[in-house]
Each structure stands twice: as C-alpha cells, then as structure tokens.
Design a protein around this ligand. Structure first.
Ligand SMILES: NC(=O)c1ccc[n+]([C@@H]2O[C@H](COP(=O)([O-])OP(=O)(O)OC[C@H]3O[C@@H](n4cnc5c(N)ncnc54)[C@H](O)[C@@H]3O)[C@@H](O)[C@H]2O)c1
Length: 446
C-alpha cells in the first residue's frame, strides 16, 4: 500500500515525545548526573579520525555525558579533521599508545580500518580502558574471539559500533516482533543497494598523502608488507588485507539489526554466497554484488547487496504467518495478514457446482461466526523523526555503561556474532562452497 493511499487512522507517527522518552531511557541515573557535573563525564579519546571517526565525534558532541580528551591518527591531516569535528582544544597524536598511557582517559573509541580493530582493542583493554569499536568488530574469526577473551578477562565495557541496535526505530521493530503480531517468522530478507562511486568505496585520495605524513608502517601492521600505496590507505575497503567487502560494510549492519530485533545471538549454522565483480574492475579483491543465504535455527535469512543499482536502500523484511514487517532506514511498516478462517474455494473449482455448494454449506455450518469476506489489512507505519541520530544514542548507551558498569546494548559477544556472519559470507564466496560454522572449534569449515 502506498503511503498516499492511507487514511489518517492507518498512519502512526513517532512524535517528539517518543524521542524524548527513549533518549532518557538510554541514560542511566548516574550518567544523567554528569549533565550537571563536568567531572563525572566519561573522558574518551578516539583512534582513527577519518570518515567515521569524525562522524563519531560529531555525534558524541550531542551526548552530554562524555568529553573528548584526545585523538590519534596515522595521517597528520586528520589531526585537523578531529579538531574540526570536536573542537580545536583536543590534543592530537600519531601514536595511539600515548593516549592509552594517560590516566585521564576512561574509554577509547576505535574507528580505524577493520584490520586494526583487534590490535587497538587489545592494547586499550590491557591499559584498563573501556572500548567502543566500530563495526565490523573483527577482521577475522580469530580476531573476534581474541577480542572477546580480552574484554571479558579484563572486565571491560565493550560496545560494538552498529548504531542501529540503539535506534528508536529498531526498538519499535523489536516491540512488534516480540509482541507475536507477526506470528511465526521463519524467513527474513534484507538488502542494501547503492549506485554511486562512493557507495562502491571509491573515496578521495588526497594529492598530499606521502610517507612523510602517513605512518604506513603502523597502518601495515597485521597486514602483508607492501610499499607505501595511498590507494590502499584511503580505499582500504577494496582490499582483503584491511577490509571485509560488502560483508563487513553492509551485511554486518543488516545482521546486527536482525539480531537486535529478533533476539537471535547465535551464529548461523551455515551460509551459501553467490555474487561477482561485475562493474568495478579496478583491482579490488571483493565482489560488487553479493548474496548470501544463512540457516539459523528455525530461520532462513537472505541478504543481498549491490553496488550497481540503487532501487532499494537498506531494507529488512520479516515474513510471518500473521503479518509482514519491513524496516528501512527511516520507517517500520507492519502489514497484517488475513488469518481468519476462510472457505478454500480454489480446489473446489474442479468439482461440480453441487459438490462445491455442499462443501460450502458444510464449512459454513462449522464456522457460523466466520466473516463473509476478507477485511482490508490495517497497515501501520512508524517514521523516524527528522534529525534523530542513532549513533548519538549508541554512544550515550556506551557512556552510560561506562558509568554504571552495566551491560551495553551491543556487547563483545553480540558484535562478534554479527561479524562472524560477514566472515561466513566471504568464506563461502571465495571458497565457492557452503560455509558451515563449527561452534565448538570456533571456526568456519567448507
Ligand atoms: N557504523 C557505521 O555506520 C560506520 C560507517 C562508516 C565506517 N564504519 C567503520 O569505521 C571504521 C573506519 O572507517 P572509515 O570510513 O572512517 O575509514 P577511514 O579510512 O576514513 O578512516 C580510518 C582512519 O583510521 C586511521 N588509522 C588506521 N589505523 C590507525 C592506527 N593504528 N592509529 C591511528 N589511526 C589509525 C587512518 O589513518 C584513517 O584516518 C571501519 O571499521 C568502518 O567499517 C562504520
């Protein structure tokens, strides 16, 4: 049903009151105290102030319970981006370890390329810091479990950075899912398509970048040694040494959303991927089109992402026996199915009129209160308010947990589970085989 054809009664909108209620709920009482007490704010430093790191800093400015006290980046120009995103007062460094030595740093936000998430997390945890680490949490399965072990052994607070998990839109979707209004759900289909160079990770390569202002040796840690290559540095998502392709960039958001809404927090038992590099033949390692079918206990999940068409932006559809729910970037739509008993007339078309009438009479006798005809579905749409920022809520949830030592919404186990979904998809694609998850051995087989 098109929105324009709906009646007012069928359209439900989240109002400003709803936002205020949710924002208050993510800030625990001790965190709220920080609003009045500057000393009680979480003092955080950030490692990696490129595209996402600057987004995090701008979002964190909306969260009154934290204050940025330092930033690190390997590329000296990005010391200035950090100051522009947060404020000129923050000290900057090229070596993140100097931030870890500081006693006035409570927590570290990590927004480096994927391959360094493990190293920075382990160093931060060893220094006693709590960690917010961007998605995908891990670059490999082994990285993810090393991070889980370190965080748990160090009793640190860890938030993985898939911000939709904190979104008020996903809270509404979770409420509908858990209410049972969808009935039995055994099928989920999610996609996210883009059709721009930026959507295919062709990011700018500044002309000034050189070994003098990029610490290439530090960037290349935990990756095969190569001579300085600015394309690899600025477009690291294209290369398996540093990035994780569509699986790490988009699948992880979709899988985190599915985990948050359904409550599933286990890895799929197996995954089969198909896809190809059809258009962006620029030397990249990853496909520009990827589809994966996952088997979860009692659930089939189909993900597909495409960098050559933008017909569908992010969209997760939950197909239930009593209704369908579709979550997009800004809306949740619930469409109930007609589930009241109905006379099944199709099969009787092949019978005589007398046979059909007899069957219909018998059915009516068995269903005296049954309605005569299908009633039109009542569609509900929930729209995210303009200006709402789920990243700010996600950071607020992290700061709150740093204060209270209570759980975050997306801890290390949740983040690791979602990231393994990415690794299963890539494993199947590159091995051209079904990938199976061996939970006991914590490895992918196939
Ligand atoms: N949650 C989201 O919606 C979202 C959106 C975009 C990116 N991300 C994630 O954020 C991370 C960063 O992505 P990006 O687009 O900002 O990449 P980017 O290349 O723009 O920025 C990464 C920055 O990290 C710096 N860096 C790398 N290793 C470092 C180290 N050891 N010490 C200090 N600085 C280091 C680089 O110099 C670079 O400036 C990735 O893991 C990505 O998947 C998440």
């Amino acid at each position: 049903m098109k929105r324009s054809s709906m009646t007012r009664r069928e359209f439900v909108r989240l109002g400003a009151g709803a936002i205020a209620a949710v924002e208050a709920s993510v800030l625990a009482p001790s965190a709220l105290a920080a609003l009045d007490d500057p000393q009680a704010k979480v003092r955080f430093a950030i490692v990696g102030t490129g595209i996402r790191g600057c987004d995090l800093l701008r979002a964190a400015r909306q969260v009154p319970t934290g204050v940025c006290v330092g930033a690190a980046d390997l590329y000296t120009m990005r010391h200035q981006t950090a100051k522009e995103a947060w404020g000129s007062e923050i000290p900057t460094t090229g070596d993140y370890r100097t931030l870890l030595d500081r006693k006035d740093v409570d927590a570290i936000l990590i927004a480096t390329s994927d391959h360094l998430h493990r190293r920075v997390t382990l160093d931060a945890v060893a220094a006693g810091k709590d960690v917010y680490c961007e998605k995908p949490m891990s670059h490999t399965v082994a990285d993810g479990f090393a991070m889980v072990d370190a965080v748990q052994a160090g009793k640190r607070i860890f938030q993985a950075g898939s911000q939709r998990v904190s979104s008020i839109l996903y809270a509404k979707a979770r409420e509908i899912f858990q209410s049972g209004r969808l009935g039995e759900v055994h099928s989920i289909d999610a996609q996210w398509n883009r059709n721009t160079p930026g959507g295919a990770w062709i990011y700018p390569v500044p002309a000034d970048a050189s070994p003098e202002n990029v610490d290439w040796a530090a960037f290349s840690q935990d990756a095969p040694p190569r001579p300085f290559d600015p394309v690899r540095f600025f477009r690291w998502r294209l290369f398996a040494d540093y990035g994780s392709g569509l699986g790490g960039d988009l699948f992880v958001h979709l899988l985190s959303g599915i985990q948050a809404i359904t409550g599933i927090n286990t890895v799929a038992t197996r995954a089969y991927s198909s896809g190809g590099l059809y258009h962006f033949k620029d030397g990249r390692d990853f496909p520009d089109q990827l589809e994966t079918i996952y088997d979860y206990p009692g659930m089939q999940v189909h993900l597909h992402c495409n960098q050559n068409n933008a017909d569908s932006d992010e969209r997760i559809a939950f197909f239930g026996s009593k209704g369908t729910m579709v979550v997009t970037g800004r809306t949740v739509t619930f469409t109930p199915e007609e589930v009241r008993p109905q006379f099944e007339g199709y099969g009787w078309n092949g019978m005589t009129a007398a046979q059909r009438q007899k069957a219909l009479d018998a059915w009516r006798a068995d269903h005296p209160a049954a309605p005569p005809a299908v009633v039109p579905s009542q569609v509900e749409i929930y729209t995210m308010p303009q200006g709402y920022n789920d990243t700010a809520d996600h950071i607020a949830n992290f700061f709150s947990a740093v204060h209270t030592r209570q759980h975050v919404v997306e801890d290390e186990v949740f983040g690791n589970t979602a990231a393994i979904g990415c690794h299963l998809a890539n494993h199947s694609y590159f091995h051209r085989n079904v990938a199976t998850w061996d939970a006991a051995a914590k490895t992918i087989k196939g």
